[in-house]
Design a protein around this ligand. Structure first.
Ligand code: C2E
Ligand code: MG
Ligand code: MG
Length: 867
């Protein structure tokens, strides 16, 4: 009901207006009615006070609505009682001003609905009540003087005093109500006792009045004792309420002549006023006593509540401390222990009995240090804690105990000085972290540091060299034929060999050297270098020797070797990454030198590798840009003196270095797997040129192209050749003797047969430099043998050489194979070769390789005939 009431009243201006209108109207009506009925005896003027309370109740927001209600109600009231127009305007104005000033002043001093309850506030309230009505009293008195020529000063005084008195009578109990004054509501028993006491008080006062009346003394004096009693027992509200009831009751009795005024000479109006003033003088001391008791009670209650809260909190804290997983310790500004829990003592393995309040932090640490449970300087830790906590940060530390356990502590500043610390046992966590960190940095199989660890270590050592001088050497150790072991004996054997290799490396290098496994079968040793570097070769030798020893595995002996690349840098020049690259280059060289050996990195090696690298890139670009072209070297039948064909030879039209022969690039092209591609280019260009010559009537009936081993085993070769639609008998493939034969590789033989079926002849190039057996010559059945120029050139001067050539020619004849001589440099060569039975010639003696255009001119000029 209360909440709804408040909602209704304060929800909108209209209802505030109506409420104010009615409240003021009722109060004013009864006030004016009473005073008129009783021959102008003013009892009090309580309407203003009631509206002030309403104003306090609903707040500022609706002040205009409130005042409008008052103004209208008041004006109507004056009209109802037949007052002149000046009064119907002036009095509402005066009352509105009175209400406003009082309301605003009360609010200004914070005397709201929950304020009066102690002496200070009560005094303030009386001060406000006394001063605030003054302007209204002046306006009201002025109005009454105008309307009724009432004496200004007296009227103003009465108005003012009337307002003060009625405000006290109405507002004091309202603003001191228990809900408002924050005094606990009395219990039912307490209320019964109170009712009895009030009754006793009333009886006592009644008796007192009779006595006072008999002696012609002010009656109000009679309520002092009972009211004091109420004040002591019941607090501010009942004191104010009892006082107000008494004043109203006594005023009514006096007004209706049911009781005689103490001062019988005064007119009734003055007598009632005197009664009210006297009553207030009796009530106020009692009220002040009640107010001060209440203030004390409130303070006491607050204190008790706080104490209770503190006890509760302490209990909660104790339970929390006892049950938390962490240890906790608290040190005051003098670094002495104030609070801690059992876990704290246990975690640090302290004697629980010996831990006590007031122990100095440093003493505790000293004891811990003696027991091996603290490393370092206690003072150091203290000053670090103070520094951090002083800066408003928390300090973290880790303590390793003698038992190996690790305690992690966080120290945070205590607002009261000193610090509060929590402690956690992080042993397991750290162990797991450590093992994770170890796993991340080590190879699971050999237990050696892995590539990541190795890189980190190398960077660190390099940095150290740059600062302190000295040098770093790197041995890049690679197992030879390791794949072989994996393939033939299985991966378990491979793993066993890697473990063995790791052990060998560890056993050979110095304690300070760092061994890591950086790849499948690759290891790296980092050595610090002081002055001498000779030992590096010795170490490499020892590693190679030891690794070559056979290793027993499951009843078998495994053998493998190692190649080692060594790189070394000193002082400021040390650069981990470069060192790795250098060692790698050296290793590459060691491997190409036939494995099982070591190689030192040198700048020459570096240049070689770099050129190789550059050339490789250029070859790839050159292929794309069509820089590879074909030159042709004529082949002549010395008997008929006719050109029967040409050999197509690749040339590289290098953009910077000009025309390059195969000796400048073919090996590198081989390394990067591009020879087959070059062969393809040469063949198709040759076919185009031949078609062209045919069109122009240039007689080149046959061309030989060189074919690399790779091209021969290219699975797409045959498809490719078929699509070229090569006219039968016009093209030969020159296969280098040194590569194929005797390998009895079925697939190569098969390819050769297929090529022959396409109408392409097979010639064996560079014959006499390899080691083809007559048996394999028989099975390959080439159409031609090209006798190598290194055999041809010396035949003039060396009869035994000529004898060899003759034998070759005879064997070829016996097998039905034609022979062609290359490197025919002079006519003497032609003569001797013709005698020996070889009629086909190719060589500078006739012409060197030339481009298609020059060849056409050469053929047309028939120069060879002159030769
Ligand atoms: P090859 O197949 O034995 O070619 C003959 C080489 O001997 C040519 O060198 C040619 O210029 C040279 N020559 C010719 N007549 C004489 C002479 O009277 N005296 C001397 N001293 N040399 C003579 P070129 O062009 O430098 O080719 C070298 C090698 O490169 C070739 O030897 C061949 O094995 C390879 N080659 C050339 N072109 C290709 C190709 O397109 N593909 C493949 N895979 N290899 C090629
Ligand atoms: Mg050739
Ligand atoms: Mg040759």
């Amino acid at each position: 009901v209360k909440r709804n009431l408040k909602q209704i009243i304060s929800s909108d201006p209209i209802s505030v207006f109506v409420t104010a209108f009615l409240l003021f109207g009722v109060c004013a009506f009864s006030g004016i009615f009473l005073s008129r009925a009783l021959n102008e005896a003013a009892i009090f003027w309580p309407a203003n006070a009631a509206i002030v309370w309403l104003g306090l109740y609903i707040g500022y927001r609706y002040l205009p609505a409130l005042l409008s209600g008052v103004l209208l109600s008041n004006a109507l009231m004056q009209i109802v009682f037949g007052d002149p127009a000046a009064v119907a305007v002036g009095l509402p104005l005066a009352n509105a001003v009175g209400i406003t000033t009082l309301l605003l002043t009360l609010r200004f001093f914070g005397l709201g609905l929950r304020s009066i309850g102690d002496t200070g506030k009560a005094l303030l309230f009386f001060g406000v009540i006394c001063i605030a009505p003054l302007p209204a009293a002046l306006i009201g008195a002025e109005t009454l003087q105008l309307a009724f020529s009432a004496p200004l000063a007296t009227t103003a005084l009465h108005w003012w005093a009337g307002d003060v008195v009625s405000s006290i009578i109405i507002l004091l109990p309202l603003l001191s109500a228990p809900r408002i004054a924050r005094v606990s509501t009395p219990s039912a028993t307490r209320r019964r006792v109170a009712a009895f006491e009030i009754l006793a008080g009333v009886v006592l006062s009644a008796a007192g009045f009779i006595v006072l009346n008999a002696f012609g003394l002010p009656y109000s004096a009679g309520i002092i004792i009972p009211l004091l009693w109420v004040a002591l027992r019941e607090g501010v509200f009942l004191t104010a309420l009892a006082g107000s009831i008494f004043i109203i009751f006594a005023s009514v009795l006096l007004a209706f002549d049911l009781m005689h005024a103490a001062n019988a000479e005064l007119p009734l109006e003055e007598a009632i006023f005197e009664l009210q003033i006297m009553s207030l003088l009796s009530i106020l001391p009692a009220y002040f006593i009640a107010a001060s008791i209440n203030a004390r009670n409130v303070a006491y209650i607050n204190l008790a509540a706080k104490e209770k809260l503190a006890v509760q909190k302490a209990a909660e804290l104790e339970v929390t401390l006892a049950n938390m997983n962490q240890g906790m310790s608290c040190f005051d500004k003098d670094h002495r222990l104030t609070v801690w829990n059992r876990q704290y003592a246990e975690m640090f393995e302290m004697d629980l009995e010996k831990v006590s309040t007031g122990m100095a932090f440093l003493d505790i640490l000293e004891t811990q240090k003696r027991n091996g449970n603290f490393e370092g300087d206690p003072r150091d830790l203290l000053s670090k804690i103070l520094e951090k906590t002083g800066a408003g940060e928390s300090h973290r530390s880790e303590t390793k105990l003698a038992s190996g356990r690790i305690i992690f502590s966080v120290h945070t500043a205590n607002p009261n000085g000193g610090w509060i610390a929590t402690h956690a046992d992080v042993t397991e966590k750290r162990n797991i972290e450590q093992s994770i960190a170890h796993d991340a940095m080590h190879d699971a199989l050999t237990g050696l540091p892995n590539r990541r660890y190795h890189e980190q270590e190398l960077t660190e050592r390099a940095a150290k060299c740059q600062e302190e001088g000295g040098g770093v050497a790197l041995l890049h150790v690679d197992l030879d034929r390791f794949k072989n072991i994996n393939d033939t004996l299985g991966h378990d054997a491979g793993d066993a060999m890697l473990v063995h290799a790791a052990q060998v490396l560890k056993s050979i290098v110095r304690q300070t050297d760092f061994v890591a496994r950086v790849g499948g079968d690759e290891f790296v040793v980092i050595c610090d270098i002081k002055n001498n570097t000779e030992f590096l070769s010795a170490v490499a030798d020892r590693i190679i020797a030891k690794m070559q020893e056979p290793v027993p595995y499951k009843g078998q002996l495994c053998r493998f070797g190692v190649s080692i690349g060594i790189a070394l840098q000193k002082g400021k020049k040390v650069d981990g990454k470069q060192l790795l690259i250098n060692a790698d280059i050296a290793l590459y060289r060691a491997k190409s030198n036939g494995r099982g050996c070591y190689e030192h990195f040198t700048t020459e090696l570096h240049t070689e590798v770099m050129t190789h690298k550059q050339l490789s890139d250029e070859i790839l670009v050159g292929i794309e840009r069509g820089e590879f072209i074909v030159h042709y070297q004529p082949q002549i039948n010395a008997r008929t003196n006719k050109i029967f064909g040409v050999e197509a030879l690749v040339r590289w039209q290098h953009p910077k270095r000009g025309l390059l022969g195969p000796d400048k690039f073919i090996d590198i092209a081989e390394d990067i797997d591009q020879v087959a591609e070059i062969d393809r280019i040469v063949l198709s260009q040759t076919l185009r040129d031949m078609a062209d010559w045919k069109k122009r009537g240039v007689k080149v009936p046959h061309a030989s192209v060189n074919v690399s081993a790779r091209r021969l085993s290219d699975p797409n070769l045959l498809e490719n050749l078929k699509s070229l639609k090569i006219p039968r008998g016009t093209i030969s493939f020159e296969l280098r003797e040194s590569i194929y034969l005797d390998d009895e590789d079925d697939s190569v033989m098969w390819s050769i047969d297929q090529i022959k079926e396409l109408g392409i002849d097979i010639e064996l190039d560079d014959f006499g430099t390899g080691h083809t057996s007559i048996v394999s010559l028989h099975s390959v059945k080439p159409n031609k043998l090209k006798i190598d120029r290194r055999l041809i050139i010396p035949i003039i001067d060396d009869p035994s050489q000529l004898q060899i050539i003759k034998s070759v020619i005879d064997i070829a004849k016996a097998l039905g194979i034609e022979t062609i001589a290359e490197g025919v440099e002079t006519m003497e060569h032609t003569r001797v070769l013709m005698e020996a039975g070889c009629k086909m010639m190719q060589g500078f003696g006739y012409a060197g390789p030339m481009n298609a255009e020059d060849l056409e001119a050469y053929i047309n000029s028939e120069k060879w005939k002159a030769a």
